[in-house]
Design a binder for this molecule. Sequence first.
Ligand code: PLP
Length: 273
Amino acid sequence: MKIWLDGALRDIESARVSVFDHGLTVGDGIFETVKAVDGKPFALTRHLDRLTRSARGLGLPDPDHDEVRRACAAVLEANPMPLGRLRITYTGGHGPLGSDRGEHGPTLVVALGETARRPDSTAVITVPWTRNERGALTGLKTTSYAENVVALARAHEHGASEALFANTVGQLCEGTGSNVFVVLDGEIHTPPLASGCLAGITRALAIEWTGAVETELPLDVLERADEIFLTSTLRDIQAVHRVDDREPPGAPGPVTAKAMRIFDERSGADQDP
Ligand code: PLP
């Protein structure tokens, strides 16, 4: 396996990052997960734009898009696989212990893992912890994911593949690594970015392609929604067949099934840029 680290393709066994890299010590880093089908990244321009937004939010220098594109192409070429997940990680770089940023430039790593197409439907749980819709990191795709790791572990304990959060005012927000949509009277709704959710790339495409509307939704909408689905880079559109102990009728129901068909058709076309 070859990865890209700071300007060159390297064997994963010999690639080294400082133990004082602030991505490791204080979670001062950002990332993107990009789907790659037959060696071709999907929606890379959108991912690079979000990477830059996250960098600016954290006060990191703008990532060099040309370098990241070259890195992705080199890693994909060196590690052929039918369905891969590119992981772009960009951190504050190494520096003294503590939370101040060091004088060294950022660290860029691009790695690739093999992945599989997700099942058409899945179970989810809701968790009692809240997303902060007004935090300094809200909306940024940072490497500070420990809260998601904890919530996902709880989901797995309950036989579910995703955990959904409300925000601090009780509105439906998002999952640990996905956005959430509900169908009410035939219309598709998803929480607005002001709910504190990430601006998911799959979410944006699903809104564009299905006409879903952004609506503030209380968490208990999950108890009365006709259909529920998740979106993410690795799930595409995935129906929800269980929320906690409740099973929404038909998963995928007719509206979700149509959205899945539209997404499959449209995402097959070149989405980059
Ligand atoms: N929300 C969170 C917290 C995420 O981490 C992700 C993706 O990893 C998403 C939503 C979905 O975003 P995307 O569709 O860009 O993968």
